[in-house]
Ligand binder design. Structure first.
Ligand code: SF4
Length: 220
């Protein structure tokens, strides 16, 4: 916790004591719309996130997986949570799913992987690669939102349902019904598609992602 965050927390505690409260069960400043300003500079933000212990996933992670790519990218991919190989290396989208994403970027979008920026909804691996809980996402998501704000991409591709649901709050919309749609997301356009890990298990769905990526290519 930074000096400013500590000072703000102390002030809040004093205010609540003045109102008659004796103690707090829990205080998670990043779980709500955080009033605490995160660093806008991404290397400073990365340093802060590397030391983050705001949720229980910090206990079991080996490395924080911050994200990587072009800081001026027009196109940003957002996945769900780091897997085993990402946790081992600290690098985003490694392993077979990462190889497939790289092929999609190179062979369909005709870009290099370094041309785009890639991040996840949360920065630490979940046990058994389970879907992150809403609380974990709420705690971690301000980091991603700061990355989006700083990079300011024109197009965001949400990879898979976890990414789409937590970016938009459209929890009742299945990814297979919405994929390929062009949605408004602040100043950017958001296009949901299927996650590369899903494609590895369901190769017949590759044609759908191919169609979605052709749409992205036409918008670049
Ligand atoms: S998942 Fe996010 S909020 Fe939780 S410890 Fe990791 S960086 Fe912090």
């Amino acid at each position: 916790m930074t000096h400013i965050e500590k000072a703000k927390l102390l002030k809040l505690l004093y205010q609540h004591r003045a109102m008659g409260f004796e103690y707090f069960n829990e205080y998670r400043p990043l779980a709500q719309e955080s009033p605490i300003a995160l660093p806008q500079n991404l290397s400073e933000l990365q340093k802060a996130v590397s030391a983050c212990h705001l949720c229980a996933l910090a206990k079991s992670r080996k490395n924080v997986v911050f994200g990587a790519g072009n800081l001026n990218a027009t196109l940003m991919f957002i996945g769900d949570n780091p897997g085993v190989s990402e946790d081992e290396s600290g690098e985003i989208f490694m392993g077979r799913a990462g190889e497939l994403l790289t092929k999609i970027i190179e062979n369909v979008l005709m870009l290099k992987r370094e041309d785009v920026y890639i991040a996840n909804i949360i920065k630490c691996k979940t046990p058994e690669n389970r879907v992150p809980t809403p609380e974990e996402v709420a705690t971690c998501k301000p980091y991603l939102m700061q990355q989006i704000q700083t990079i300011n991409p024109r197009i965001i591709v949400a990879l898979g349902s976890t990414s789409f649901h937590h970016l938009t709050g459209e929890y009742d919309t299945p990814i297979d019904k919405i994929r390929g749609s062009v949605l408004n997301f602040g100043q950017a356009k958001l296009i949901p598609t299927l996650h590369p890990s899903f494609l590895l298990r369901n190769p017949s769905a590759k044609k759908e992602v191919y169609a979605d990526m052709l749409k992205v290519r036409s918008m670049l």
